[in-house]
Each structure stands twice: as structure tokens, then as C-alpha cells.
Design a protein around this ligand. Structure first.
Ligand SMILES: [Zn+2]
Length: 334
């Protein structure tokens, strides 16, 4: 396989066994003219079977995948694998190291950079490599996210609604096997160019996640992250065994209308009236925004336009006009 890319790697993707290595991305800086950004990567391959491609750290302030995937790489013996597991725990490595959602190098959001550009800025070069070199190898693509510092989500595995019913059912089944409390079918209200959208469009069984966060990093969430990754690998027969049963039956929910994503009408301090998993009715006030310049003015009350359960809410008080402050979901079925 030959891919036209600026990225080089120490990995031989066809080799049997476990390899730990790097992707090397050219990155010239003020202090190093000939420099390389290293992206750690692990590949475990044995026998024949499907390829699962896992990403963490697509957003730099979401570390659930960044710590979970290396645990998996350390723990799994190649003899346990039927197929191939490829893991990149910190896809936007400069952002992860800086603790920021976006890359500090080019200001870009990795999850809006797909399908990428061969000669773009660093984020686009990485996205281009993922799209052109890694996606063609994959049957299963898993992109591990959380709400980062700005949003708190009900712990969930997610996907878009795709037209192919077999692919959609495969994604829902994989999401249920993960064992998180919710399987969340979402639509894009924040732009195009997402890693999962492009994997889905290529027909891959694709999962994203929103594993809590609001800059929290709880043992329970990390446990759900780790068991979920193992469960998905078991479901697809890449690891032996069957997925472990979740503590509670996962509920399949969807935010299918644009109005389910409630945006701040003005800038200020967002005060939520509801918390995760609360039920909201259309017309109800869901929160209010306090005016920072004139704090003694009445705050601007925000009303729900749809019925639903609170799937996510803004966690960072300081809010700009147009920021998503709440997401409502309803039971979803195909
Ligand atoms: Zn994210």
C-alpha cells in the first residue's frame, strides 16, 4: 500500500505481533527548522480477522481514550487477537500536550479537519493520513470523546443516523455492546469535517463517545471507557469472549431535530435549571443567561422548543452567544 502523504511511520501494518511506534509529522518551528511531531501508535496483529481502529485525543482536552488505549496495548497479548487493532491515543498530540481542545499549532479542530489535506497545516496533514492511510484498513472505527471542559454529557456511545440499515444496525449493536448507559444518535449542528462522519460515509462500523467530562475524570467513567473498548472488540470477534453485561440496560436515544440543540441567545453566564437525565417539556425554561455588563438586569431566560431528556448541558459558566447550552434527546428506534 502506498499513500501519498508527508507522514512517515516506524510501523509495518502487515507485520504479526505487537508494535509500539510513531507516526512522524513534519513540523518546523522557530527553534527547530527540521523537526517532527511524533504521534504514538500501537498495532497488534494476529491471524486473520477484522481491523479495529481506535482514536483518543481527537480533542486535546479529552483524555479518556488517551489513558485507556495504552492500557489496552500493554495488556493484550497478540495471541489473544484475531485480526488487527490499531490505536492512536492522542490524535491531536499538540493539543493534548497543551490541554486545549484545538491545536495550539494551527488553531484547528481535528474533528472538523476531515478528509484533510496532504499539504495543509499540521492538523489537516494528520487528518489526511488517517483518511487515506488508516481508514482503508479499518472495518471498525472508534473515536473516543468526552465533553471536554465545556460540556457535561450523559455517559454515551454515539453515531449519526446513516442510510444503510445494515451499517446502522451494526453501529447500534456495537454501541449497546459497549455497555455505557446511553447510545446516542446525533446530528451535526457544529459544522462538517468530523472524523466519524467520514468513516461512516465509507461504510465503516463507526462509534464515537461522549464520556461525561466537564473536565472531570472519574474512576467510573474510565472503567466504562475500558470495558467498552474490550466489549466492542469481543463483539467483533477480534478478542475472545462475549461482551460483559452493562449494569443497566443501555437506552437508545436520539437528538434528531436542530431545536434539540439549544444555543445561547446572548453572551453571559449560563445558569442551568436542569441536570443530566432530567425530563424537559417544550416551552419550559431550561436555564438563563446573566448579563455580565449589567448584572442587575433580569437574566435572559431560555426555553426548550422540544420535549426530551437532558443528554448534555454546558458546564463552563462563561458562555458566548451561539454556544450550545443543552441537548435534549428522546427514545430512538430504527
Ligand atoms: Zn471531543
Amino acid at each position: 500500500m502506498s499513500v501519498d502523504t508527508q507522514i512517515w511511520t516506524t510501523i509495518d501494518f502487515e507485520k504479526q505481533g505487537k508494535q509500539i511506534g510513531f507516526l512522524g509529522v513534519p513540523q518546523s518551528t522557530n527553534t527547530a527548522g527540521w523537526a517532527t511531531q511524533y504521534l504514538p501508535i500501537a498495532v497488534i496483529k494476529n491471524g486473520s480477522g477484522p481491523t479495529a481502529l481506535f482514536f483518543g485525543g481527537n480533542h486535546g482536552d479529552e483524555y479518556e481514550g488517551t489513558v485507556t488505549l495504552p492500557k489496552l496495548a500493554r495488556a493484550i497479548d497478540p495471541a489473544q487477537v484475531q485480526g488487527r487493532i490499531i490505536m492512536i491515543p492522542m490524535l491531536n498530540s499538540p493539543a493534548g500536550q497543551a490541554g486545549t481542545r484545538l491545536s495550539p499549532v494551527d488553531g484547528k479542530n481535528m474533528n472538523r479537519a476531515f478528509p484533510g489535506e496532504r499539504n495543509g497545516t499540521i492538523t489537516s496533514i494528520i487528518a489526511h493520513y488517517v483518511y487515506n492511510a488508516l481508514f482503508p484498513m479499518a472495518d471498525l472505527v472508534v473515536d473516543i470523546h468526552s465533553g471536554g471542559r465545556s460540556i457535561l454529557f450523559a455517559t454515551s456511545v454515539n453515531m449519526h443516523h446513516v442510510a444503510n440499515p445494515k451499517q446502522m444496525q451494526g453501529m447500534i449493536d456495537s454501541g449497546i455492546a459497549w455497555g455505557a448507559p446511553c447510545v446516542f444518535v446525533y446530528r451535526d449542528v457544529g459544522g462538517e469535517g468530523l472524523l466519524p462522519s467520514h468513516a461512516e460515509a465509507l461504510g465503516k462500523i463507526t462509534l464515537g463517545t461522549e464520556l461525561g467530562s466537564a473536565a472531570q475524570f472519574s474512576p467510573e467513567i474510565l472503567r466504562i471507557t475500558e470495558t467498552g473498548v474490550y466489549n466492542v472488540l469481543r463483539l467483533h470477534k477480534i478478542l475472545e469472549g462475549t461482551p460483559t453485561a452493562a449494569a443497566q440496560e443501555p437506552q437508545v436515544v436520539g437528538a434528531t431535530e436542530r431545536e434539540d440543540y439549544i444555543m445561547a441567545p446572548v453572551s453571559g453566564i449560563f445558569e442551568p435549571f436542569f441536570d443530566l437525565e432530567d425530563q424537559v417539556r417544550a416551552g419550559q425554561p431550561i436555564g438563563q443567561i446573566h448579563n455580565m455588563e449589567e448584572p442587575f438586569n433580569e437574566p435572559r431566560v431560555i426555553h426548550a422548543e422540544t420535549d426530551g431528556m437532558v443528554m448534555g448541558r454546558r458546564a463552563l459558566p462563561l458562555t458566548r452567544q451561539g454556544d450550545c447550552v443543552m441537548v435534549l434527546v428522546r427514545p430512538f428506534s430504527l
